[in-house]
Write a protein that binds this ligand. Structure first.
Ligand SMILES: NC(=O)N[C@@H](CC(=O)O)C(=O)O
Ligand SMILES: [Zn+2]
Ligand SMILES: [Zn+2]
Length: 430
């Protein structure tokens, strides 16, 4: 039995056009896409009516924290994957800062088996650059690659030692895998919780300076040039980082970069008070940095959008700005936020946004995903662009409620998600 998705506004990533069409799914793959006038014979097949809704290849998020093993009170692979499909994501890549960290093949295999058991989004995983993410000794890259690692990162902390990073890059390059970097120089941070800027000054707090991020970006693009590795910059947040990435791209360094919705939408001037739902790493920067993020995404300096979904418990976040852990959830609000604030407002086309959440991440990481076309895996998302809803963390599928976007009225809510031909989430399920 196949599955017809009828009358949807189907997005084609090649032409960036949206056309009313019918999509036929068979054997876990997109089988045919036919014109509206070609009314298909649906007898014997499942039918999903998508009239008036957007039909797109499932969204891809190359930076999420699923917290399992070790921090199951914050999130599990199953709850995180459910949050993903509810947010329209069909492929997610999880970070290895779990407990234990993902620095051995066994831990990676555990993550993949939990993801398979959940049967929701496709879960890919990075492996650590250094054992225990301590920055002292490299992990066994080739064993991690064999177990399915898609790249190496110590996300959560920066690799402080330049020689260690260079060795890591050399090794990763020889295996054809990327180094994915959380850029942060510990000697420039000194335990601050917010950016060095207006909010910090007003509240008499220490601030995290822009250079603490950019200094690693600068160091690493030089090391990437020397080693030839694919170097990917995590959660870019500063004007200076953008400048360095732009220049590196110009001279042919193999560098890609990601930005999070919150760094495109919020600055430190928006932080209402000492509320840890506004605390994340990197921190919200100045309006000038926000402008630079938007422009960098628009001119291709930044390649893709990721959420950096970082769930924490309410108790942890209640410790206040100083003591609470860094991070906010993002999977269930990313598309509606960006659609409402950038597409509905007229700044971006829908095609631009979808491209940065499907094709661009797929191409940067060499994934066979991100395109709705015959022969592709049937990873499909249907989105209601018109319906308006308020962000309500109580309704999240994620265990995390830590978001600064509570109460925002948004359009563009995913309503139905299919992975490999199986419907893994539909709105009426709730
Ligand atoms: N982004 C965050 O604020 N937090 C992340 C770590 C990280 O992405 O660096 C986390 O693991 O909680
Ligand atoms: Zn990070
Ligand atoms: Zn992260």
């Amino acid at each position: 039995m196949g599955h017809w998705i009828l009358n949807g506004n189907v997005y084609d990533p090649e032409s960036k056009q949206i056309t009313k069409q019918h999509v036929f799914i068979d054997n876990g793959k997109v089988s045919r896409i036919v014109a509206e006038s070609d009314l298909p014979d649906t007898a014997g097949h499942e039918v999903t009516e998508a009239a008036g809704k957007l039909v797109t290849a499932g969204l891809i998020d190359m930076h999420v924290h699923l917290r399992e093993p070790g921090f199951e009170h914050k999130e599990t692979i199953a709850t995180g994957a459910r949050s993903a499909v509810k947010g329209g994501f069909t492929t997610i890549a999880c970070m290895p800062n779990t407990r234990p960290v993902i620095d051995k093949p066994e831990t990676l295999e555990f993550v993949y088996s939990q993801a398979k058991a959940a049967g929701l989004a496709k879960v890919l995983s990075y492996g650590c650059i250094t054992k225990n993410e301590l920055g002292r000794e490299l992990t066994d890259f080739s064993a991690l690659k064999q177990a399915g690692a898609i790249g190496f990162t110590d996300d959560g902390v920066g690799v402080q030692n330049a020689q260690m990073m260079k060795d890591a890059m050399r090794l990763a390059a020889s295996l054809g895998l990327p180094i994915v970097a959380h850029c942060e120089d510990d000697t420039l941070v000194e335990g601050a919780s917010v950016t060095d800027g207006a909010f910090a000054r007003k509240h008499g707090l220490k601030g995290i300076p822009n250079e603490s991020e950019a200094i690693h970006v600068g160091r690493d693009v030089l090391l990437a040039e020397a080693t030839g590795v694919h170097y990917h910059v995590c959660h870019v947040s500063t004007e200076q980082s953008v400048r360095l990435i732009r220049q590196a791209k110009q001279v042919g360094v193999k560098v890609t970069a990601e930005v999070c919705p919150h760094h495109l939408l919020l600055s430190d001037e928006d932080i209402p008070g000492m509320d840890a739902n506004w605390k994340m790493n990197p921190p919200l920067r100045s309006p000038r940095d926000v402008k630079a993020m938007i422009e960098a995404l628009e001119d291709g300096t930044i390649d893709m959008i990721v959420t950096d979904h970082a769930p924490h418990s309410e108790e942890e976040k209640a410790k206040g700005m100083d003591l609470a852990p860094f991070g906010i959830v993002g999977l269930e609000t990313a598309f509606p936020l960006l659609y409402t604030k950038f597409v509905k407002s007229g700044r971006w086309t829908l095609g631009f946004l979808l491209d940065r959440m499907t094709v661009k991440p797929a191409d940067a990481f060499g994934l066979h995903a991100g395109r709705l076309k015959p022969g592709a895996a049937a990873d499909v998302t249907i989105i209601d662009l018109d319906v308006e809803r308020e962000v309500n963390p109580e309704l999240f599928a994620s265990k995390g409620r830590n978001t600064p976007f509570t109460g925002w009225k948004l359009n563009g809510w995913p309503v139905w998600t299919m992975v490999d031909g199986k419907v893994v989430w539909r709105e009426s399920n709730e």
